[in-house]
Write a protein that binds this ligand. Structure first.
Ligand code: PAF
Length: 285
């Protein structure tokens, strides 16, 4: 990365690919941080990690329509490109890949990646379109930016595993790296969608992380039994005013369902709505 300076903005795939080829020819290693913009401190930590791991850093900013259902918040999703660019300039990011929708999905576009394995269940139960859209756009981002490594936040844990699986399955030469969730002081995982929370909802939102921590402690202690620990977390969340989509214990590497909680590694994952905002979170057990 360079010192504070305006990053080069690429709106087209060919220009981005050329930039990446120039770096590679010069023996420079590059890292990609894929985002949908509205950058918060969690994203900026991913960028700092990228700059420690590589010689050049690219941040992509693209609100990807194919991962939103028609009923979801694609139109309302926060778009703050000028503010995002200023934050990235302050971190010395080398390039920003901010393609147009027509560049990513030209007229007649007809290709979509189908995902299975870690994409099964959890988020897919309420958002069946989501991981196909994510896998497709991330494959396109990998092809456009041709990074050596790509860094994803663990807040979207299922997404991280789906992307890692997709990269391995398609033989894309990108090392997919997960970065621990960045939290506010009260435990709420940072997310661009937290901007939707009213002040009252914002004060309740950290209960999601607290419920996961309590359930993880119970599972570690071996009592009550796992189903009861998960049910208690759901009850806590219901009482706090959340509408729970799931609280689930899964294998941390595959997201397969767990029959014996002593056979780790384990991950506890949850999704719940607070008013019109859907929050997700997860922790290691
Ligand atoms: O996590 C996100 O912001 C998005 O799902 C991603 C990975 C940038 C793909 O659009």
């Amino acid at each position: 990365m360079r010192d504070e300076t305006i990053p080069t903005i690429h709106r087209g795939i060919a220009g981005m690919q050329h930039q990446s080829a120039v770096w590679r020819a010069a023996g420079l290693k590059s890292a990609l941080v894929p985002t949908m913009g509205a950058l918060h401190e969690g994203h900026l930590d991913l960028v700092r990690t990228a700059s420690a791991a590589a010689d050049r850093v690219v941040v992509s900013i693209f609100v990807n329509p194919t991962q939103f259902a028609p009923t979801e918040d694609f139109a309302a999703y926060p778009r703050e490109e000028a503010a995002d660019l200023a934050k990235l300039a302050a971190l010395g990011v080398d390039a920003v890949f901010a393609p147009t929708i027509a560049e990513m999905y030209p007229d007649g576009y007809a290709t979509r990646i189908v995902v299975d394995g870690p994409a099964r269940g959890l988020e897919s139960d309420s958002r069946p379109h989501f991981f196909g859209g994510v896998a497709t756009v991330v494959a396109k981002l990998f092809i456009s930016c041709a990074p050596d490594i790509a860094i994803f936040g663990e807040k979207d844990y299922q997404q991280l595993l789906v992307v890692r699986r997709m990269g391995a399955d398609l033989g894309l030469p990108v090392d997919v790296v997960g970065f621990p969730t960045v939290r506010a002081a009260d435990g709420l995982a940072l997310s661009s969608r937290n901007a939707y929370l009213s002040p009252e909802e914002r004060s309740v939102a950290p209960r999601l992380h607290a419920a996961l921590q309590a359930a993880a402690a119970a599972i570690r202690a071996g009592k009550p039994p796992v189903p009861d620990a998960l049910a208690a977390a759901e009850r806590d969340l219901d009482d706090a005013g959340f509408a729970v989509d799931y609280v689930a214990l899964r294998n941390a590497d595959t997201l397969a369902e767990v029959s014996d909680p002593r056979a780790g590694p384990l991950r506890l994952l949850a999704a719940a709505r607070l008013g019109r905002t859907r929050l997700i979170d997860n922790i290691a057990v």
